[in-house]
Design a protein around this ligand. Structure first.
Ligand SMILES: Nc1ncnc2c1ncn2[C@@H]1O[C@H](COP(=O)(O)OP(=O)(O)OP(=O)(O)O)[C@@H](O)[C@H]1O
Length: 257
């Protein structure tokens, strides 16, 4: 369904991603993991059509997305890492706006917006301005907004940020339901425990390059490691965090008067 082929992106001649290729099929939840600055957002911006690659292309149902971006976006639901919502609108007004931009009927907008807000625990807040919402409440509105038009492809960029325990569990169950419905899902997250539970496959990138693309269980088995977190640490050669934390506390307590 989604096919990413040989993407390269350079910012002022410095490579951000190099030769990124992968597929996401209907019913799959694919985790896209990497440390800060490894190129996840750059990849997602290219897939959503916000950024043009220097090389490579993105195909959706075999067609280059840049040949018909509005058509592609009609099939795409995207929850961005940073929320830029119109905070003077209420949750309900925001979903109505999104529905109208998606050319949905008023009847469908009203039904879906009200039901989704209720299911996401925002019923009594639906007429309040988003500016009064907590981070997690804003995040839930964004999730509803991404689902309103029943897209075939969903991209969630760090969707758990700010969500409380119940909302996070609801989101995990939602991912599984969406996959069972045949949606293709790309899931970017640093919460490896959840990724390990829900993803059928994970792609790990480091310094802009893919270093692994396999099922979580296969990665842990092949690398003889207990969980995805240790696999990730090994693959991206992260620093010795215990030593760094100890040193930070030592530096902090250097006499400063
Ligand atoms: N607009 C830009 N101009 C210059 N360099 C950029 C720009 N955007 C990203 N980069 C660089 O490209 C590399 C990849 O960044 P990107 O934001 O894609 O990483 P990321 O994996 O999403 O990181 P994070 O987990 O912190 O969100 C980084 O080295 C970053 O500094």
């Amino acid at each position: 369904m989604l096919e990413v082929q040989g993407l390269f992106k350079r910012y002022r001649s410095i490579p951000a991603i190099e030769n990124i290729s992968f597929r996401v099929q209907p019913g799959e939840i694919v985790g896209y993991l990497g440390p800060n600055g490894s190129g996840k957002s750059t990849t997602v911006k290219i897939i959503t059509g916000l950024l043009q690659p220097n090389e490579g292309r993105v195909l959706f149902h075999g067609q280059n997305i840049r040949e018909d971006l509005p058509g592609f976006r009609a099939s795409l639901g995207y929850v961005p890492e940073e929320a830029h919502v119109y905070t003077h609108l209420s949750g309900l007004e925001y979903l109505q706006l999104i529905g109208r931009l998606r050319c949905m009927s008023e009847e469908a907008i009203d039904l879906k917006a009200n039901r989704m807000l209720a299911l996401l625990g925002l019923q009594s807040w639906r007429h309040s301005a988003i500016s009064s919402y907590s981070k997690g409440m804003k995040q839930r509105v964004l999730i509803a907004a991404a689902l309103m038009h029943d897209p075939k492809l969903l991209i969630f960029d760090e969707p758990l940020s700010g969500l409380d325990v119940v909302s996070a569990r609801l989101f995990k169950n939602l991912l599984q339901e969406l996959a069972a419905e045949g949606k293709a899902i790309l899931y970017i997250s640093h919460v490896l425990e959840v990724v390990e539970q829900v993803c059928s496959r994970v792609i790990v990138i480091a310094n802009g390059k893919i270093v692994a693309n396999a099922a979580p269980a296969e990665l842990t088995r092949l690398m003889e490691l207990p969980n995805l977190e240790s696999v990730f640490a090994q693959l991206v050669q992260q620093q010795d965090t215990k030593a760094a934390a100890r040193e930070l506390v030592q530096v902090m307590s250097v006499n400063h008067v």
